[in-house]
Design a binder for this molecule. Structure first.
Ligand code: GLN
Length: 537
């Protein structure tokens, strides 16, 4: 008799219905009832991980402590649960096949023909139970990427069907997320797409236990009854998921609809308390009642796509709540900026964040923006590439090293103030080869970052190949750009700051990955505080 209960979340009708948010919200409610809960995501694409995907394809790449490059939904899981995820929480078809093929090469299948069923499905089943088998969790929620009916989702759906048989239906339930569209010409909500999608799932042998219906309008009693009858689910298992003002409302909306109650009933978990949502509600109250509105510029080259900087945008929401301030993030496309037009784009802002990124597109615009906010004493926060650009800007305009550049932008740079890390020099593969995951950093006593973190030793997550070239460090420091965070083992500069500026900090790592609702990141919180102070001047 297994101890761990499994919940699978599939999607129907269309993509982008917010399976990640529904999964995270359910996990949040179960956690608030005292169940140890985790979420994992299985993605049906053939890339081994999303690390090599362009943000335009797949949004932000999220990075875990153990250095996995993962789907951005893992960011939601961490933000909602306040518990770190790991490599095991995100599996792709590419990884499944890679591992099956490696086993075949080692002869582990003893001469058998290797096939989708059973070899691929067995590998999927094993991975689906990996976190559950550690005994660390009472409940494991598994989000299946894609939409049922897609060719590439089939092995996953078959694996779920088999697992329900292996584990018993009281240990393994399926929640199907669908869309109930509103036809304005008919002034009606339509259930047919949901019926078809449930039927598709049934053709694969799975009867959904619970339906979560995304909708723009409330579901009437008669619509709910109709959905229950034609989709073969209990009446109480039809859950409305209406558009919310903020994703952080979704756990409360799901609780109101009884999702957590129905889930526990179906899993036979009857012995539980009501969820304790006190801190969550306090957070919501703060984001909904800001005492001030501020405008912070986000300079990047993917700004037209919201998902590219997901964790940064969410970190601003968390930090805004801590300060009781609403942060309006103003997207500024780095390619639009020149030294002559920065005033026009940036003058009304109360702070500027220059985003992470790769490659040379838009670089000069980022440098121009940094010079503008440095000289005009507007709060500045540089992350990864943003920090590297701040170093180049300082070298060029304060130290007078006009040829200062990064080796990433110009391999033959005369003054490579940002150079390729030694361990990266012989690497040719692109996937999973950057400096990834959590590394330690020691902060300088008395620095601004030290006063913000209130501790000397920190650990933050990374995703980069280039670093500040220490040959230039003495010169930079002497002229006012200090390295106030250093990797204790390698001497790599992790943080630069200008102490004569109201707030000017660049970090080589990605603080945004560690910001959660219950633990807003201190750097974001203090940056928003500084921007709010600037706005009040
Ligand atoms: N392209 C830079 C590097 O690889 C910065 C990476 C980033 O911003 N994540 O070092």
């Amino acid at each position: 008799m297994p101890n761990t209960k499994y919940i699978f979340v599939t999607g129907g009708v269309t993509s982008s219905l917010g399976k990640g948010i529904v999964s995270a919200s359910l996990a949040n409610l179960l956690q608030a009832r005292g169940f140890k809960t985790t979420i994992q995501k299985f993605d049906p694409y053939i890339n081994v991980d999303p690390g090599t995907l362009n943000p335009y394809e797949h949004g932000e790449c999220f990075v875990t402590d153990d250095g996995a490059e993962t789907d951005l939904d893992l960011g939601h899981y961490e933000r909602f649960l306040n518990v770190p995820t790991s490599q095991a929480n995100n599996v792709t078809t590419g990884r499944i096949y890679q591992s099956v093929i490696e086993k075949e090469r080692r002869g582990e299948f003893l001469g058998k023909t290797v096939q989708v069923i059973p070899h691929i499905t067995n590998e999927i089943k094993e991975r689906m139970q990996l976190l559950g088998s550690t005994d660390e969790y009472d409940v494991v929620i598994t989000e299946i990427g894609g939409t049922v009916g897609d060719i590439e989702s089939l092995p996953y759906i078959e694996a779920v069907r088999q697992l329900r048989w292996d584990l018993g239906r009281e240990n393994c339930i399926v929640i199907h997320l669908t869309l109930v569209p509103y036809l304005s010409a008919a002034a009606e909500l339509k259930t047919k797409p949901t019926q078809h999608s449930v039927k598709t799932l049934m053709e694969s042998g799975i009867n959904a236990d619970i339906l979560v219906c995304r909708t723009e309008h409330e579901l009437s009693e008669s619509i709910r009854t109709k959905l229950a009858l034609f989709c073969n689910v209990d009446r109480e298992a039809v859950i409305e998921s209406i558009d919310a003002d903020t994703i952080y409302d979704v756990p409360l909306l799901m609780h109101k609809e009884g999702l957590d109650r129905v889930v526990l009933k179906k899993l036979g978990l009857t012995d539980h308390s009501e969820p304790d949502l006190t801190r969550w509600k306090a957070f919501l109250k703060r984001i909904k009642n800001p005492k001030q509105h501020i405008r912070i510029g986000l300079v990047g080259k993917y700004v037209e796509l919201q998902d590219s900087y997901k964790s940064i945008l969410e970190a601003f929401i968390h930090a805004g709540a801590s300060n009781e301030v609403a942060v309006d993030v103003v997207s500024v496309h780095s390619e639009d900026l020149t030294p002559d037009n920065c005033h026009q784009f940036l003058a009304g802002l109360h702070g500027l964040l220059v985003a992470p990124g790769f490659g040379s597109r838009g670089i000069e615009g980022k440098i121009a923006a940094i010079q503008y906010v440095r000289e005009n004493k507007i709060p500045f926060f540089g992350i990864c590439l943003g920090m590297q650009m701040a170093v180049i800007e300082y070298a060029r305009h304060v130290l007078g090293i006009s040829a200062a550049n990064s080796i990433e932008m110009d391999e033959d740079a005369v003054d490579p103030v940002i150079s390729l890390m030694d361990e990266q020099k012989d690497i040719e593969d692109k996937g999973g080869t950057m400096r990834l995951g959590a590394w330690d950093c020691t902060l300088t006593e008395g620095s601004r970052v030290h006063s913000i973190y209130k501790q000397k030793e920190i650990s933050e997550r990374h995703r980069h190949r280039y670093e500040l070239n220490n040959d230039y460090l003495a010169d930079l420091t002497k002229n006012g750009l200090s390295a106030t965070g250093i990797n204790p083992k390698t001497g790599l500069v992790e943080i630069v700051e200008i102490d004569t500026h109201p707030w000017f900090i660049g970090v080589q790592y990605h603080p945004e990955y560690k910001s959660t609702v219950l633990n807003p990141h201190p750097l974001f919180t203090d940056f928003v505080r500084a921007c709010s102070q600037y706005a009040n001047q």
